[in-house]
Design a protein around this ligand. Structure first.
Ligand code: GLY
Length: 388
């Protein structure tokens, strides 16, 4: 069989585009430069007392949050990932410093977000250093989070705000906080944390998903008997729409539940969510979703790079539980897209790595901005891509 030189060149070219591996070394080098710059920007920023972690760069300003903000753990987590990749003691020092600023949150019983706050910071810290003090903080945080579980509803209460809107709200994001509970059972041998996590996950499968395998954002439970009052959105376009980051949290959450339990119902759920995301007609070719899969102005709607980074990280893990390399390829495409069209220019955007994320569009907040959690899951996905 004869091939023309032209055809061979076309085939080789396609292979370099689709087979190209993400350059992890170059990405981490850029991340180090940006975070170095961010550390100097923190020194120069108008930091109010109690503000500990950068969350976003909005209206020309680096914005930091107090330790009780749900995003406070991501910057320490970014520092831990830089230390993990480089082994550089400088990042260890910074990671320890920014992690310590969150210590009091281990006693916070007012939010479900302790998983994000404590596991991304102290969880990574313990994984990488085995520091016993970190272990104690993780266990205490899991105890605090467990107080939000109700045996009547069989789920962990997400929010205490907007008591006029709902009675016992549970958001799909809450799946992410289960990792802290699984870890606490491993550290203590006390299975009560594990039992809370699986009960929450089982009820989430039962109540949070539509027949197309997309997830509602909020499910409001009757606190007396656990029946469902209503299903709705808070950060998405509409009650019946598929808010992109919610789908990302769901994918990541059920993948980690399978890792921690071996229960194939969770793997099945994760595969169904991946299929919803990856086959959605509104998912752009670069696989970086619009902020909501049903946003009315698509294609003139903001993207959410944070959702893409979370999805990429989850897909790398899910690829390890699958016989096909499809998930790994999709995750690779996402990372290449993020590294090309979603990078901040050097020494801009307060030192964040990625731009073009959307925090809360209905509240007109954090639209098309950098977000700390986009950077955190981007680095995590890069590390995972390196492992497999
Ligand atoms: N967990 C809140 C958010 O994803 O915006």
């Amino acid at each position: 069989m004869k091939y023309s030189l032209g055809l061979i060149l076309v085939l080789l070219n396609i292979n370099t585009i689709y087979g190209q591996k993400i350059n992890v070394k170059r990405e981490f080098k850029f991340a180090e430069e940006q975070v170095n710059y961010m550390l100097s920007e923190i020194e120069r920023a108008d930091v109010k007392p109690g503000q500990v972690s950068p969350r976003t760069f909005e209206n020309g300003k680096l914005k930091l949050v107090v330790s009780k903000d749900w995003t406070s753990g991501f910057f320490p987590g970014v520092l831990w990932y830089l230390y993990e990749y480089t082994g550089d003691a400088k990042w260890l020092t910074q990671a320890k410093k920014f992690t310590a600023k969150l210590e009091k949150e281990q006693f916070n019983k007012g939010t479900h977000d302790l998983g994000f706050m404590i596991y991304c910071s102290y969880g990574n810290g313990f994984r990488l250093t085995k520091d016993e003090n970190y272990k104690e903080v993780i266990i205490q945080a899991a105890k605090s989070l467990s107080t939000r579980f109700s045996p009547q509803t069989g789920v962990i209460r997400s929010w205490d705000h907007h008591k006029d809107v709902w009675q016992f709200p549970v958001i799909i994001d809450n799946m992410m906080n289960l990792e802290l509970l699984f870890e606490a059972t491993k550290l203590t041998g006390d299975s009560s944390f594990y039992k809370i996590a699986v009960t929450h996950a089982n009820n989430t499968i039962k109540n949070h998903f539509r027949s197309d395998n997309s997830s509602y954002h909020v499910v409001d439970y009757n606190p007396e008997n656990g029946s469902v009052n209503k299903k709705m959105t808070h950060q998405g376009y509409a009650d019946e729409s598929a808010w992109a980051r919610g789908q990302a949290w769901a994918l990541y959450g059920f993948t980690l539940c399978f890792r921690e339990t071996g229960n194939r119902a969770y793997l099945n759920q994760a595969n169904k969510i991946a299929s919803f995301i990856l086959n959605h007609p509104n998912l752009p070719k670069d696989l970086v979703p619009y902020w909501d899969f049903n946003a009315p102005g698509i294609p003139a709607e903001p993207r959410d790079a944070s959702a893409a980074a979370i999805i990429a990280s989850a897909l790398y893990e899910l690829a390890g539980y699958s016989n096909s390399d499809m998930y790994k390829k999709k995750a690779g495409t996402i990372l290449r897209s993020l590294s090309k069209g979603y990078h901040s220019p050097a020494k801009k955007n307060g030192g964040f790595i990625l731009i073009h994320s959307t925090g809360h569009k209905p509240a007109k907040s954090e639209i098309d901005v950098p977000l700390a959690y986009a950077d955190y899951y981007y680095l995590e996905a890069l590390l995972r891509s390196n492992r497999k």
